[in-house]
Design a protein around this ligand. Sequence first.
Ligand code: DAH
Length: 347
Amino acid sequence: MSLDQFLTRLDQLQSDAESAFTSASDAAALEEARVTFLGAKKGQLKDIQKMLGGIEKADKPAAGAKLNAVKSAINAAFEDAQQNLSGGDDSGADPTFDPTLPGTRPSLGHIHPITQTISHLTEIMGRMGFEVAEGPEVEDPWHNFVALNIPEDHPARDPLDNFYLATAKDPSGKSSVSAGDEGSQLLRSQTSTVQIRVMKQVEPPIRIISLGRVYRPDAPDATHFPMFHQMEGLLVDTNVTMANLKTVLRVFANNYLGEDVEIRFRPSFFPFTEPSVEVDFLWNGTWIEFGGAGMIDPNVFAAVGYDPEKVSGFAFGLGVERLCMRRHGITDIRDLYSGDLRFLKQF
Ligand code: DAH
């Protein structure tokens, strides 16, 4: 065999082997190709190597050099193909990677304790037939005050006690809003607004709860925060009595706080209920106030277009944080909103 022929066969072998390796689609096919070209006994490279003996002595160095070059090229092509098949990650070859070490688990978040509480309260009230209603957090004074029988001169409408918004009416951004300004929107100060929205929309009988954020400019301390949550309840039907109200709240308290929790009503005043009460639960030997309640004031029914002679109803508003804090032994409301994972991870 001439040197030229020998070199040509080697080139041919290299290109055959390279294309066989790159087209091998799995480990078995690659192994088959490896045996064909690099096999120690019958591999094609071995066959050609044997032909080296028939080359002219003077041509042998050139032939040998070419043979070695082709051999390493084919070996390299095989290794490349092998790496590609294993995802390009030759992890076994990396001395710093120990596949027997345990992996790093991705850390998962979880539902915030207040959201958990909201689900729990919704579930308890749902068993008594109360459906969830929602309302906007940015409200107009009609829903937040007027329809709820809160007159213009009522202290609850004071700009200092509410987050009024600097809207288009007040482009300067200055707080030129007066308490009676019907046009200025505000962050709702109570979820009682949802009572109005629901009654404007549907006819009795009504049995809803609404859980959500309310806003008041209070300085934060252990029991106050400028944003907190309320659970509003509203039931409208015929011949509704205060006994119905008390039963619903007692069953609620027994489900959420414990079978032995007792309930107490103290006379109070809210513009939208008559009579009005403060709601206390007896918890571990102390009476604790959880919110307000009462029978819907006829003026509220009139504001939404109901006939106060025909329908009656009760409403209540309880503090969600207060309930959650009592149940879980949380002593500082600010912990709920600090975003501190050491605190949040406990729930
Ligand atoms: N909206 C009252 C507040 O934020 C709580 C309240 C009292 C709600 C009596 C009611 C109610 O529905 O009947 O202080």
